[in-house]
Design a protein. Structure first.
Length: 55
């Protein structure tokens, strides 16, 4: 993934900061539904590919 050269990070504040703090304290993580769906799709594809290779 390519990023523009002049990308500037913005501070995290408000409810997003609270979610981040809770995730760090609980040893958890933050992810949105789109990212989770993509990870599931990739895992399913790899699983199908390995099952087909075994046949």
């Amino acid at each position: 993934m390519k990023y523009p050269f002049h990308t500037v990070s913005q501070p995290v504040s408000g409810s997003e900061a609270e979610k981040l703090i809770q995730a760090i304290q609980n040893g958890g993580h933050l992810a949105n539904e789109v990212a989770i769906a993509l990870m599931q799709k990739i895992a399913d594809r790899r699983r199908r590919k390995s099952e087909n290779a075994e046949k």
